[in-house]
Design a protein around this ligand. Structure first.
Ligand code: 2AM
Length: 178
């Protein structure tokens, strides 16, 4: 049984990599990042959050879906070349060292969509990162990785359910970039 209230859904906007890329990130976490002693995400759980929403009622979700459908931005490419560790959430991540303008624009427009649908502003600055390990004990030995190119063609609204077997992510809707 999910832990969320029955009339609410826990949501976030994200980019989800093509499955081959997700498998590559998963493999990287399992092999090169073994020394970090963290819990790796399954390939289907790997994503790049654009805007965390939290638990909302159906009307807010509908409002967000309408607002997201009005976004028109070009496709872009992300090059993941950096590895790092945040000790407080104990997360090992991969990041692109360069944030392409359409990614920053997409995050900013989704922030506006959230505000327009009555949600509180996100206080933290947007830092695009892809979590590879949770509950990790130490930072990766290397701060760089073989650059991995991800052509981004769409973004999605995802539901997160906390089930006994862990977080289960379900894509609710996907929007293409131009
Ligand atoms: P993380 O990968 O750095 O933990 C789903 O929970 C996604 O939303 C995760 O990728 C998580 O980031 C991100 N997220 C951002 N803010 C969050 C928050 N306040 N609570 C939970 N998840 C958050």
């Amino acid at each position: 049984m999910a832990l969320e209230k029955p009339d609410q859904q826990r949501l976030f906007f994200a980019l989800t990599p093509p499955i081959e890329l997700a498998r590559y990130f998963h493999h990287l976490a399992m092999t090169d990042l073994q020394e970090c002693r963290g819990r790796q995400l399954k390939p289907e759980q790997i994503h790049l959050t654009l805007r965390f929403i939290g638990s909302v009622e159906a009307e807010v979700a509908t409002c967000l879906q309408q607002a997201a459908g009005e976004i028109t931005l070009p496709r872009f490419e992300l090059v993941f070349d950096t590895l790092g560790y945040w000790p407080r959430p104990r997360v090992v991540w991969s990041m692109p060292s360069r944030t392409p303008a359409p990614l920053a624009d997409l995050a900013a427009q989704l922030e506006q969509a959230c505000l327009g649908c009555g949600l509180a502003a996100e206080k933290r600055a947007y830092v695009p990162h892809l979590t590879l390990l949770r509950n990790a004990r130490q930072a990766p030995a290397q701060g760089t990785m073989k650059p991995l190119h991800w052509p981004v063609e769409a973004f999605a609204l995802i539901q997160s359910e906390t089930l006994p077997q862990g977080a289960v992510y379900t894509e609710l809707q996907r929007w293409s970039l131009q």
